[in-house]
Design a protein around this ligand. Structure first.
Ligand SMILES: [Zn+2]
Length: 94
């Protein structure tokens, strides 16, 4: 167990998923509540997307706060919008 690992949650019910210890690419990951299941490699791909997306959103929110009230700086983009993910990492919002 390392401090950089995050629990994988089901994107629908935010339930911690079940898998074998140290899963390999072909191992199944299953949500105990809604029985949604995927191969571990597919799950990890979505989880990484979720982390990237959440980080981008957090960055944009910080930037929006920084330029608020400034006469000279204006954010023209709304940043990444809300997305739902099939699988998510705990600790990164939704
Ligand atoms: Zn679920």
């Amino acid at each position: 167990m390392t401090t950089t690992s995050h629990t994988i949650l089901c994107g629908s019910c935010k339930c911690a998923v079940q898998s074998v210890p140290n899963p390999k690419a072909h191992d199944k990951v299953t949500c105990p509540r809604c029985n949604r299941s995927d191969r571990f490699d597919a799950v990890m791909r979505v989880v990484k997307e979720h982390v990237t997306h959440s980080t981008a959103r957090a960055l944009h929110e910080g930037m929006a706060k920084a330029v608020r009230g400034s006469k000279f700086l204006k954010l023209t983009s709304n940043g990444p919008g809300y997305r739902s993910f099939r699988w998510i990492a705990s600790g990164y919002g939704s």
